[in-house]
Design a protein around this ligand. Structure first.
Ligand SMILES: CC(C)(COP(=O)(O)OP(=O)(O)OC[C@H]1O[C@@H](n2cnc3c(N)ncnc32)[C@H](O)[C@@H]1O)[C@@H](O)C(=O)NCCC(=O)NCCS
Ligand SMILES: Nc1ncnc2c1ncn2[C@@H]1O[C@H](COP(=O)(O)OP(=O)(O)OP(=O)(O)O)[C@@H](O)[C@H]1O
Length: 324
């Protein structure tokens, strides 16, 4: 008999809010990670002259309610066209919050679809991974959607045949699941008690593996290979298990900045890895390194039970992501 989750009917608005808080916590944890090669953080702007951490924080807060909407839409099996409407509204909120800077477009897409899948799973009451639910319910529609013409990703698809964020989502995030989430858990095992180190390990593993359309756009194949080689070298030398891991990662960060390289796909992948790590069950052999298989209601509440997503008194880490 199939093992069932606690709720098998329509999930509650409270569950939708918790998913949204979790998504926001993952976005804030991503940006508050240093050194991430070429990327914006609380320490510096990386390879970006037009983005600061303040914009990422404002953007994360502005888009939070849309993850709840996507969860609710997923719970009633809304078609991709409906998810798209909500996703585009989230993009507009992001642009309003940042003064027209694209901070989280890829993240809205990835965490948004994962939120919808979590809603669908809650209604079905099955123990499947959200990424499997995404692939089974919306994968075909996602893969059939023509690539955007005007975006960097669309151009990279035409020029280089790179699949980018759309293909990764359509297949149920295979790279994020197999590389990102595993590296996060490996990082925790290498440096227990240092969650930032685990996030750096995850980011490096994704840079080493993804065909990141941001890297391709800014650096062409040469830039992408340069980035992958440096990240691979870091991991082969022991990753965050090295004594001087932070200094090593900082040198790579400076090299990326020198070449204006920015692995935005890996940044989004880090946020999504944190999200899926909390939502999807771990393979049995990794169980020992897991803190929670599913959302821990107590921890998520963390003193915040308001339905107002914009409350300034909430630090944003309602899920304890930064402490794990
Ligand atoms: C598909 C999206 C990502 C736009 O397509 P685009 O061609 O611009 O994708 P592109 O490959 O450039 O990626 C956009 C962002 O994804 C990230 N990314 C880049 N490469 C990768 C990769 N290999 N894997 C995962 N993410 C990646 C980067 O942050 C990048 O900036 C998406 O923004 C979109 O279609 N939005 C419309 C709203 C929608 O349909 N939403 C659905 C529900 S949320
Ligand atoms: N911490 C981060 N630092 C930088 N980029 C990030 C970070 N987190 C996510 N990203 C992603 O990287 C992308 C930004 O990259 P980039 O600035 O190259 O794209 P763009 O704004 O589309 O292009 P450009 O600024 O070159 O015109 C965003 O889509 C965002 O999703």
């Amino acid at each position: 008999m199939t093992k069932r989750f606690a709720f098998q009917t329509a999930p509650s608005p409270e569950s939708a809010r918790r998913i949204a808080w979790l998504a926001r916590a993952c976005l804030l944890a991503e940006v508050q990670t240093w050194p991430k090669p070429g990327l914006v953080s609380h320490i510096d702007q990386g390879s970006h002259t037009d983005m600061t951490i303040a914009q990422f924080v404002s953007s994360a807060h502005a888009i939070t309610p849309f993850f709840a909407q996507l969860y609710e839409a997923g719970s009633i099996s809304a078609p991709l066209s409906r998810l798209r409407e909500i996703g585009l509204a989230a993009e507009r909120a992001m642009m309003d919050a940042t003064g027209g800077i694209n901070t989280h477009r890829g993240a809205i897409w990835a965490l948004g679809l994962a939120s919808a899948a979590a809603g669908r799973r809650a209604t079905l009451g099955v123990p499947s991974a959200c990424s499997d639910i995404l692939r089974q319910h919306w994968g075909t529609e996602i893969l059939a959607t023509p690539p955007e013409e005007a975006t960097h990703g669309g151009r990279m698809r035409r020029l280089h045949g790179a699949g980018g964020a759309r293909i990764e989502a359509g297949w149920g995030f295979p790279t994020i699941r197999t590389v990102g989430v595993s590296a996060l858990r490996q990082g925790r095992a290498l440096r227990p008690g240092d969650p930032e180190a685990a996030r750096v390990q995850c980011c490096m593993a994704l840079i080493a593996t993804l065909i990141d359309t941001n890297l391709l756009y800014r650096g062409g194949w040469k830039g992408l290979r340069f980035a992958q080689r440096h990240a691979r070298h870091f991991l082969e030398n022991g990753g965050v298990g090295q004594e001087a891991w932070r200094q090593e990662a900082a040198v790579i960060h400076s090299d990326f900045v020198k070449h204006r390289l920015s692995p935005g796909g890996a940044a989004d992948g880090l946020a999504l890895s944190l999200f899926l790590d909390r939502l999807d069950p771990a393979p049995p052999q990794q169980e020992a390194h897991r803190i929670a298989d599913r959302i821990n209601i107590q921890e998520l509440d963390n003193g915040a039970n308001s339905s107002d997503f914009s409350r300034p008194d909430l630090c944003g880490d309602d899920c304890g992501i930064l402490r794990r």
